[in-house]
Design a protein around this ligand. Sequence first.
Ligand code: HEM
Length: 424
Amino acid sequence: MTTTLPGTASELPTPIPSDFWLRPMAEIDADLKILRDAPLSHLHEELIPEGYGLEQGAGAWVVTRHQDILDISKNPEVFSSAQGITILDSPPEFNEFFGSMIALDDPRHARLRKVVSAGFTPRMLSQLEEGVQVQAALIVDEIAERGECDFIVDVAARLPLKIVCDLMGIPDSQLDFVFDRTNVILGAGDPEYVPDATDILTALLTAGGELAGLMNEVAESKVDGTADDLTTMLVNAEVDGEKLSYADIASFFILLVVAGNETTRNAIGWGLRYLTENPDQRALWQADVEGVGVTAVEEIVRLASPVTYMRRTVTEDISFGGAEMEAGDKVALFYLAANRDERVFDDPLRFDVLRENNRHVGFGGPGPHFCLGAHLARREILVMFRELFDRLPDIVATGPAEPLRSSFIHGVKHLPASFTPARA
Ligand code: HEM
């Protein structure tokens, strides 16, 4: 996917269009290497798809080298999150649902993060731990006798959905409702989730509004409540001496259900694909599930990089990596590309469950926005594979992974799998 850019002599590949990510991984990897080896020379076109109804912006710097991403992440004063986290600007009406702390800078970001961090303490996480194990067992129970499944829909998507909904106090009866809306929010460019490509903005706003409506119902039942869930904490929390606004709570809720669901699902999904393609690595892990688990999970997150990129916006003119960036320029941090940087990772395309010193940026770079759910996600991935190795030890992917049409999320929608049937 080589695009000649207007006003430049560059013929570099550009990872911004969603279709770039629908190609075989070997082609994608070859293009990402070209980008890592090239200087930061020009803004890449935004290429707004039809149906977004947005003005064409000036473009974005595409950052693919690991060290550059570390440097930018550590400098949030100059590389701000507050003008949006995706390359395309969102219309102002999105703020009510999508204006969460991930799209804010300190000090407001830090205050909001402090409120929600209370839900991610070791105590809260150890309470969730038992739930993660119980749910993983139930998920395997449901497929065990069938001998085959759609690994994404039947397994990978189900664990994070249930866990994040429990965390927020959402009843089980609403799981499918939440699943469908989060698919729209992060899969809006994919015709499976939003068939009418001419009206993607309406689909996004509707999904956001419906999740906010559900949050409202759940939140009302929590006012002055003492339940041990995050919604209770948010509804009763104060920031700067004030209760959180409706928009704050709605966008918090949407951030957590979306961030908690769509990422971990893809890590688990790609994980089975990598294990199937690398039987030697699988054998190593299965021989010592707990011992190898820690490095194996990090390796899955590195290679899968479920969040392909995050955007920053430059707040002042700056020379960076040979580029003259101007205030207002967009910068896309391609975490997936940095996680394959041969300057940092030996043989980076190899899936190595024992990889040492795995300094991946799959959960973001070192900075204020580092993933709040990283511990929980690691736990979910480990527990899900432990349960599978224990109960369905020969489970394999039997067909190609069907990728999500998105440049923002490295997603997999379907993955056929089979195994020797077992007792539920
Ligand atoms: C494998 C799974 C996951 C991956 C790969 C992932 C990845 C990321 C990345 C890359 C960021 C950084 C955003 C930036 O640079 O601006 C982030 C932020 C965040 N993640 Fe995750 N995430 C995962 C799971 C989760 C889970 C399970 C939760 C919660 C239930 C969660 C909640 C959040 C939140 C709240 C933020 C925003 C933090 C802030 O702005 O301060 N994530 N995640």
